[in-house]
Design a protein around this ligand. Structure first.
Ligand code: ADP
Ligand code: MG
Length: 368
C-alpha cells in the first residue's frame, strides 16, 4: 500500500487543495499553525475513521462552511484505488471506497493502515490507563474486524448496564435485570481481554528488539495486561469475569457504574522492572513511546500483509541525533509523512525526499 494524492475540501484551514506524496518520504514543513498537523489528521481520519484530536466532526469543517471531504488516491497490490470521507454538518459521515458508498465506517479499517507518532504519543507511557486502552484498540481494530465488532457491542452493553445500575440506585428496576447484562458483558468483554493480552505479549517482544537499538541493550521492557484478576489465575475464561462482576453487584449498584471488564483495564509497561509511567524520565518515556509506535507498525504490517503508512507529526526535533538516525534507518523503506518546522535539518539526513511547504492552509510543492 502506498498513498499517492490527498485531496482536501473545506477541511480545517484548507479550502480546496491537494498533495502528492513521495514514494518514500514526504516532508511537510512550515511555521506553526499553518496546517501541517491538519494534513496528518486528514490521513489519520482516512486510516482509522476518526480524528486523533477531536471527536467532534464539526470542528473539522472549515469555519464558515457546512461540509468537508477528504479523498485519498492510493495504490495497493498494483491497483489504483481511492477512499473518501464526506461529512455534512448535522448528518452522519459517509464513506466511499472506489466510489462505492459503504454503510459501515468499519469497512475502511485496514484499507490504509497507519501508525501515528506525535508529541502526544508519550501519553501512551505516562498518561492514564485510558490512553493505553486507546492505542490497543486503535491497533486491534485495524487488524481484526471481529475485535472491532466486539468492542462496539461491548460499549453498548456497558452503556445499557449502567442505565440499569442507575435505575437500581433509585429503586426503579429489579436486580435480576442485571443478570443478562452481566452475562453479556462478561462474554463479550472476555473476548476483548484475550485479544489485548496477546497484543501485549507481541508488543513486548517487538519493543525489546527495538529498545536494543535505542539503548544498547541495557533496558528491558516488560508489558503486563492488567485486568479483573491476574491473567495466569484465570481458569474458566469469561466465567471468572462473570463471577467477579456478580460478586461485586452491590458495589456496582452503589457507584452506579460497571467496575470490572476491559473498559477498566490497563497495559502496564515496565522498564527494568519498574513502572515506566511513574519511574521513568521524560527522555526514557519518549524512547519507550517511540519503540511502541515502531512495534505497532511492524505488528500491523505482519498481520495485514501490507505496508503501513507512518505519520510523524513534529517529533523529530524532540529526539536526539542518535535516535533520529535510528528511526530513519528503521523506516528506510516504509512510506513516511513527516512534519517539521525546521526543514534544513533534513536535507542532509535523507535522500529521496520530497518537500512540501504549507503556508496558511495552502500547499506549496517544491522539487529538490
Ligand atoms: N475548522 C477550522 N477552520 C478553519 N481553520 C481552522 C479550523 N481548525 C483549525 N484551523 C486552523 O488551522 C491552524 C492549525 O493547523 P495545524 O495543522 O494544527 O498547524 P501546524 O502547522 O502547527 O501543525 C490554525 O491556524 C487554526 O486556526
Ligand atoms: Mg502541528
Amino acid at each position: 500500500m502506498r498513498i499517492k494524492r490527498l485531496y482536501l475540501r473545506n477541511f480545517r484551514n484548507y479550502s480546496e487543495d491537494s498533495i502528492d506524496f513521495a514514494y518514500n518520504t514526504s516532508l511537510i514543513y512550515g511555521d506553526n499553525a499553518q496546517g501541517k498537523t491538519n494534513i496528518i489528521e486528514a490521513l489519520f481520519m482516512i486510516s482509522t475513521g476518526k480524528s486523533h484530536r477531536t471527536n467532534n466532526l464539526n470542528e473539522l469543517v472549515k469555519h464558515g462552511e457546512n461540509y468537508f471531504r477528504i479523498l485519498l488516491d492510493f495504490e495497493d497490490n498494483g491497483y489504483d484505488q481511492n477512499i473518501e470521507i464526506k461529512y455534512v454538518k448535522g448528518k452522519r459521515k459517509e464513506l466511499f471506497i472506489n466510489g462505492v458508498k459503504k454503510d459501515r465506517i468499519s469497512d475502511m479499517l485496514g484499507v490504509v493502515p497507519s501508525v501515528l507518532f506525535s508529541p502526544e504519543s508519550i501519553l501512551y507511557i505516562k498518561g492514564s490507563p485510558g490512553e493505553r486502552r486507546r492505542i490497543m484498540d486503535i491497533v486491534l481494530c485495524q487488524v481484526n474486524k471481529d475485535y472491532l465488532i466486539n468492542l462496539q457491542r461491548y460499549n453498548r452493553i456497558i452503556k445499557n448496564k449502567n442505565i440499569v445500575l442507575k435505575q437500581l440506585q433509585v429503586g426503579r428496576n429489579e436486580k435480576e435485570q442485571l443478570d443478562i447484562w452481566d452475562e453479556e458483558a462478561a462474554l463479550t468483554g472476555f473476548k476483548i481481554i484475550k485479544e489485548r493480552h496477546i497484543l501485549a505479549e507481541e508488543l513486548e517482544n517487538r519493543m525489546n528488539e527495538i529498545m536494543e537499538g535505542i539503548s544498547e541493550g541495557r533496558e528491558r521492557i516488560k508489558i503486563q495486561y492488567k485486568t479483573f484478576k491476574e491473567i495466569d489465575k484465570i481458569q474458566n475464561g469469561y466465567k471468572d469475569l462473570l463471577e467477579t462482576i456478580t460478586n461485586n453487584r452491590e458495589k456496582e449498584i452503589e457507584t452506579g457504574i460497571s467496575m470490572y471488564g476491559p473498559h477498566r483495564d490497563d497495559m502496564e509497561i515496565l522498564l527494568n522492572g519498574k513502572s515506566a509511567r511513574t519511574y521513568c524520565s521524560q527522555g526514557q518515556q519518549r524512547s519507550i513511546a517511540l519503540s511502541l509506535c515502531v512495534a505497532v507498525m511492524g505488528l500491523m504490517e505482519e498481520k495485514l500483509g501490507k505496508k503501513t503508512l507512518l505519520l510523524f507529526d513534529d517529533v523529530m526535533s524532540e529526539l536526539d541525533e542518535k535516535r533520529q538516525k535510528f528511526l530513519l534507518e528503521l523506516i528506510g523503506n516504509s512510506q513516511t509523512v513527516i512534519t517539521t518546522t525546521e526543514k534544513t535539518k533534513y536535507n542532509a539526513l535523507l535522500n529521496n525526499i520530497s518537500f512540501i511547504k504549507v503556508c496558511s492552509g495552502k500547499i506549496i510543492k517544491e522539487k529538490e
